[in-house]
Design a protein around this ligand. Structure first.
Ligand code: NZQ
Ligand code: ZN
Length: 384
């Protein structure tokens, strides 16, 4: 097992009606800025529940955080925080609102010249305004981690940072809030959580049977419940199980002591930045291509995944690996999630540029750090 530190300070408050507990988590003397997205919380009643729960608080609002939250917008919220002396941020929404709020929290306290340096130059985050969240979309795990992914519209960049200071102090997860999700966002959430597990599991074995089984159990559960959620969108238990899977997929636990990949995510972020496809849509195209390209390096784990998650046991190693990839693609297709870049009318004309951008931002990718520019181009061609 590899060395690790596991420190997840986020308190999770899970279940029906839990938004009403907000006031127990935020000191009454705090000046709170509630952040949210394009308005879904106003039409599904979440906004009213938050306002009611925080009645009597000094509460300001900042709406309009976009999917794939933009630096340009978030800097406006930073100005509001400074102007109003905000000392608590409450993010109400999906991963984009949570990530955007983490950036706001870090940027307000940032001592350097430009908070973009946190993303581009890995400038250290030394403090941040405390954050709480009310999650309305099960997907990213942002409710229980310190990561944030921020886009810059002017340069078409999409970059991530992580800090111990940007873990939410608490996250309220009421699965009822996710019933209003458009089908496409529910599908995105299933695929994002699935790929988060794969990035930490379909790598190489370092003798971690517990973490392997934890990862497999999340994959099996996602496959088992995916169609229940889609066929019965208002089934509370199906929603609740999806929400807890998504949190577990990226709250750090299954990643303890194991080899991580994340090449699918890094390549996917560039595709979203350039073409605007949803985060999960990019992952569903890239991951099967990464697996095909890296099947020698990932062969042992792909066979384990085929055996234990997909129930495939007969055939040569090569046949089992191929089936593992094609059955995963079948699973995505069964959700109506496309798996080809050509499904989004993306052609190969900018593959060199994408490869140079991602390697420029991240260096060589993958659990063995063997994916350089040419390999990224090859992977993108496999995803066409
Ligand atoms: O903006 P509003 O009006 O709220 O609408 C949102 C948005 O249009 C809508 N929505 C959210 N909850 C809803 C709802 N609509 C109806 N009912 C609800 N209950 O859904 C749309 C998408 O929301 P968004 O927050 O963008 O989706 P998601 O949670 O999938 O977040 C994606 C972002 O998270 C980043 C991605 O790169 C992307 O920017 N990621 C963050 C990670 C992390 N922090 O750990 C890891 C991930 O790998 C990912 O990179
Ligand atoms: Zn993701």
């Amino acid at each position: 097992m590899l060395n690790f530190v596991f420190h997840n300070p986020t308190k999770i408050i899970f279940g029906k009606g839990t938004i009403s507990q907000l006031a127990e988590e935020i000191a009454p003397d705090k000046k709170v800025l509630m952040t949210f997205g394009g308005g879904s919380i106003k039409s599904n009643g979440v906004y009213d529940q938050v306002k009611k729960a925080l009645c009597g608080y000094t509460l300001f609002e900042f709406g309009g955080i976009e999917p794939n939250p933009r630096y340009e917008t978030l800097m406006k919220a930073v100005a509001v925080c400074k102007d109003r002396n905000i000392d608590f941020l409450l993010a109400v929404g999906g991963g984009s609102v949570l990530d955007g709020t983490k950036f706001i929290a870090a940027a307000v306290d940032f001592k350097g010249a430009d908070p973009w340096d946190i993303l581009e130059k890995h400038a250290p985050v030394e403090s941040a305004i405390p954050i709480g969240s009310v999650l309305t979309l099960a997907a990213t795990g942002s409710e229980s981690n310190g990561f944030a992914v921020i886009s810059r519209e002017s340069t078409k960049e999409k970059l991530a940072f992580a800090s111990q200071y940007t873990f939410p102090k608490f996250s309220i997860l009421d699965p009822q809030t996710t019933i209003s999700l458009p089908r496409r966002q529910t599908i995105n959430g299933i695929v994002d959580a699935f790929v988060h597990v794969c990035e930490q599991y379909v790598t190489f074995d370092v003798d971690t049977p517990l973490q392997a089984r934890q990862a497999e159990s999340i994959l099996l559960t996602l496959m088992e419940i995916a169609h229940n959620v889609l066929d019965q969108p208002d089934n509370y238990d199906a929603r609740a199980n999806l929400m807890w899977c998504a949190t577990q997929a990226l709250n750090g636990l299954i990643g303890c002591g194991v080899a991580h990949d994340w090449s699918t995510h890094m390549i996917g972020h560039e595709l979203t930045a350039l073409y605007g496809i949803d985060h999960a849509q990019s992952l569903a195209c890239v991951m099967p291509a990464v697996w095909r390209h890296q099947k020698n390096n990932k062969g042992h784990r792909l066979i384990q995944y085929a055996n234990r998650v997909l129930g495939i046991s007969s055939g040569s190693d090569g046949e089992i690996i191929e089936q593992a990839i094609s059955k995963t693609v079948d699973f995505f297709h069964s959700l109506n999630m496309p798996t080809r870049l050509s499904d989004y009318a993306i052609a190969s004309d900018r593959f060199d540029e994408i490869a140079s951008r991602v390697i420029g931002h991240k260096g060589k990718l993958g659990e063995h750090a063997v994916i350089g520019e040419q390999e990224v181009v090859d992977i993108l061609n496999l995803a066409l």
